[in-house]
Design a protein around this ligand. Structure first.
Ligand code: C2G
Length: 129
């Protein structure tokens, strides 16, 4: 069984997120998503529209997602890869190179982001209505 792992906030879920999850899942047989907690997001300078619990609930409903775990700090990735027997770490290429240290533990892939969509754009679109 090829196990895949990715991380993210996934606030105001949009098709860019779904395409990332779809492509990630297609790399193997099982996809774990580590969802940034509200506390961790503060560190990323992100104020989410949806709470951590709501974002977890939404992700669990997605056919491409097999497991959801919390992302609470930047230092957990190596342990997550080991503890969940991960074969492939994947994330959007806005993070290109940032997680190459994981190559000692698993395959590392950066997938092209979906153009012209982001949570920030969705928020701006809604606030301009
Ligand atoms: N994404 C994408 N295309 C977009 C928007 C997002 O492919 N138009 C991808 C991102 O590259 C990321 C995932 O969707 O792989 C989730 O995006 P965010 O919720 O913005 O996650 P981020 O804040 O990048 O968190 O430790 C890593 C961080 O937690 C990643």
């Amino acid at each position: 069984m090829i196990k895949v792992l990715t991380y993210g906030t996934f606030d105001l879920l949009h098709h860019g997120h779904i395409r990332l999850l779809e492509r990630s899942r297609a790399l193997g047989d099982h996809l774990t998503v580590a969802v940034s907690t509200d506390q961790f997001n503060l560190g990323k300078g992100k104020m989410c529209a949806y709470t951590y619990e709501e974002r977890v609930h939404i992700l669990r409903a997605i056919r491409y997602v097999d497991n959801v775990i919390p992302e609470t700090d930047w230092e957990q990735k190596i342990d997550d890869v080991k503890n969940h027997d991960i074969d492939i770490f994947v994330i959007g290429d806005d993070w290109e190179g940032e997680f190459d240290f994981l190559k000692d533990y698993c395959k590392v892939l950066y997938l092209p982001r979906t153009p012209d969509i982001s949570t920030t754009q969705v928020k701006e679109m809604l606030s301009n209505k």
